[in-house]
Design a protein around this ligand. Sequence first.
Ligand code: SF4
Length: 365
Amino acid sequence: MDHKLAILPDEYRTASEDELRKRIIARKKQLGEKLVILTHHYQRLEIVDFNDFVGDSYGLSEAASRQEKAEYIVFCGVRFMAEAADILSDDNKKVYLANPTAGCPMANMAGVEEVQESWDYLESVLGPGKIIPLSYINSLATLKAFCGRHGGLICTSSNASTAFDYCFAKKKKLFFFPDQYLGRNTANRKGIPKDKIVMYNPNLKNGGLDPESIERADVILWYGYCHVHTNFKPEHVADVRKKYPDVKVVVHPECREEVVNLADSVGSTSHIVKYVEKAPSGSTIAIGTELNLIYRLAITHPDKKVVNLAGKMCVVCPNMFRTSLHDLCFTLENFDESGLVKVPDDISRDAFVALERMLEVGTED
Ligand code: SF4
């Protein structure tokens, strides 16, 4: 991808936040229903303020697929989300990523060439047609297309469990990409025995798996992870329980298995938002996910104590944090090719099949 917007023109870089806010409001008013701004829960507060829809990956994908009147969809999030919006929306809509340099390192951990290599190896052991691919939405469009072509689908953290059911109704083995933790935590939740969950590490010969392990496995995990959520450790849970004996610990399933096992509740960002909304006034809730969401929940629920599970550790996703008011204002005032997200037609067609299956499976939250 060509990221021409790494440096914004001076007019935008030097504008004050007040001025940027006024210009964003004016542009939104001018475009009316032609414009929809989708913001992820992990965006900064001042960006979420301008949302037409705020949500997790599932909710935002669904919102993108429902837009009828909009001509421009501006995504405040990371690239794979804007690609999913482009794939799921009509051809006459233009999707822009407010900061085109915002990517997701986890999505980049499963390139389609190494995935194809792993697939060929597994099929050489098992024979063709024995495995179904399931990819987390945090993946490249080419990997989504791979899943679509091989009878598989996409899931988010809000429907991974039902996506597992979909897969096991079709095949005996599933290959989960790219987040090993969401895959493992979901497999644990489904009661799959530990010796039937194996990991394919693309850095090792044959993924580090011998034929016997592959034959035995129900779930094969790809070796990917989120460098933000893996910061949460079991000692954080112990510390927060010591500090606040009545605390409820709620974590995202991208966290390590050891942390998830110690939590009171586990789920997507939408699940976490609803958990805080429903908690009685006076509750203390420690959250294991990206800091901007924790911060926003603390502000919007002043009657509850909402704290970062990792204490003073700064668990910010640097890519989500990239989108600023400067970027949003520039994007809204300059709908040119530089911020446009366009997935090539052949990839989009196959990826659409996998994403549509995800929407058919629905959400648990
Ligand atoms: S929080 Fe993790 S998974 Fe989400 S965009 Fe950031 S790096 Fe990717």
